[in-house]
Design a protein around this ligand. Structure first.
Ligand code: SF4
Length: 455
């Protein structure tokens, strides 16, 4: 049996888009799926991550399994339709099909809903036994314990800044109205046994580890156990947390002692009332500057993420945010536009107010506006976001943000340069470019909503 595992990408994040190698770490979805393929099937497995290379149209596979996020959904469907027309069996899974299985099933033989640790091997056995079902759903007894080892050996390592992505904790229980993660997978926080995580890290034989989990401190007690266990390994690690990390100086000390060198934090907005609107009360805006100082004092770099477009933000938000990034010396500011992913509370709110103006999922890449903002036009919001990227990644801004005492120049400089390249290409990604999938041969069918012929 030949299995191809595909992760199509939106135009901006595609291999030839605006994300350079310095911004790419090895994703875990495809490698984990590959690790779940039972040995007794003796399958030939190939991985195609479109952020790191092309997906060949002459794919040699019986079964094509596609993981799908919302911004890549039209492209996933285009590949699915095309490969299906060649007689291959198509499996669609991931965040978007988990939220909208009825939409996805028009393009696939099988839809996987939720986490696939148990359902993916079952689906493969059913395929072999010719008893394939049309849907496989994560069971209520799902556990992350004993999850398969990712098959990092199947990746093209030259295309990533690191292959050493390791999962520790999956999920987040916070109520942010815009977040697709709990909308797709629920609010349970699944924690891998610390000993399993440590064993996986030891087996990597690498000094660096990246935790791509959406919120490493979703369970603080677990985080304390994990990072205490990491101290003797003497690794350097990067990960994602909320600004709540600043509420506990002991936790920051533990992070530093365990080798933390960089954290991604969703600051979202400079306005506390915006935090309330998006239900991210964990963010205390008045404490941002102090948090930055605390983290810098122990040598931790910060990638600070902002999402423009909340109802109480006007056009002054762009300049204020770029200025604040310099004043607080955010090492890697990252800007996006608030995006109402389907099934999220934000989507329901904006939909009820008839403010969703874009239905092509390709535009839901968090850098384009898909709704009518309250205090500016859609165009002003997109222009302001593009301006903030360009301003923040000008050479003078980079120099002002990175202090001469920066303790992680080996990390800060190349990634700033990578984002400078991203900022320079930002405006190229017009609607025409974002929604263009004409490089994949079109297959006409009545449910194919994402082809120009059906607009
Ligand atoms: S803290 Fe992050 S991961 Fe958790 S719900 Fe909010 S945006 Fe999502």
């Amino acid at each position: 049996m030949k299995i191809a595992l595909l992760a199509p990408a939106g135009a901006m994040h595609r291999y030839n888009g605006s994300f350079g190698k310095s911004l790419h770490y090895a994703p875990l979805t495809l490698t984990t799926l590959a690790g779940l393929v039972p040995d007794e099937l003796e399958a030939d497995i190939r991985i195609y991550d479109e952020t790191a290379g092309e997906i060949p149209l002459d794919l040699d596979a019986d079964l094509v399994c596609i993981t799908c996020i919302t911004g890549a959904a039209p492209r996933c469907y285009a590949y699915a339709d095309y490969f299906r027309s060649l007689g291959k069996t198509i499996v669609l899974g991931g965040v978007h099909p988990s939220m909208l299985p009825d939409e996805a099933e028009a393009h696939a033989d099988v839809i996987m809903i939720g986490f696939a640790e148990f359902t993916f091997p079952q689906m493969l056995f059913d395929y072999v036994n010719k008893s394939l079902k049309t849907r496989y759903m994560q069971g209520a007894d799902y556990t992350i314990n004993g999850r398969a080892m990712p098959r990092r050996d199947l990746l093209n390592k030259k295309r990533y800044i690191t292959l050493n992505s390791v999962e520790a904790v999956r999920g987040c229980s916070l109520p942010c109205t815009f977040c697709a993660y709990p909308a797709a997978f629920g609010k349970t926080v699944h924690k891998r046994p610390v000993a399993e995580v440590v064993k996986e890290i030891e087996a990597l034989h690498s000094k660096e580890v990246l935790f791509p989990d959406v919120n490493l401190i979703a369970d603080k007690e677990y985080a304390i156990s994990l990072f205490t266990a990491l101290i003797p390994l003497r690794k350097k690690w990067l990960g994602l947390v909320t600004s709540a990390v600043g509420f506990d100086d002991n936790l920051i000390d533990l992070f530093a002692k365990s080798g933390c060198k960089g954290l991604l934090i969703g600051f979202e907005s400079l306005s506390q009332s915006s935090q309330k609107l998006i239900n991210k009360g964990v963010n205390k805006v008045v404490e941002y500057a102090e948090l930055m100082k605390k983290l810098h004092d122990v040598g931790i770099l910060v990638q600070g993420c902002f999402a423009f477009g909340a109802d109480d933000e006007d056009q002054s938000v762009f300049e204020q945010t770029a200025k604040m990034a310099i004043e607080t010396k955010i090492d890697l500011p990252r800007y996006s536009i608030l995006t109402p992913f389907p099934k999220t509370e934000l989507y329901q709110q904006l939909s009820a107010q008839n403010r969703i103006v874009e239905r092509n999922w390709a535009m839901y890449d968090v850098e384009h506006c898909v709704f009518t903002p309250k205090q500016m036009t859609k165009e002003q919001l997109e222009e302001g976001c593009a301006w903030a990227w360009e301003e923040t990644y000008s050479v003078s801004s980079i120099m002002k943000r990175l202090s001469p005492f920066n303790r992680t120049p080996w990390l800060a400089l190349p990634v700033n340069w990578g984002y400078r390249g991203y900022a320079a290409k930002f405006r190229r990604f017009t609607r025409e470019v974002m929604t263009d999938n004409t490089d994949i041969p079109e297959v006409k069918h009545e449910n194919n909503l994402y082809r120009p012929s059906n607009w």
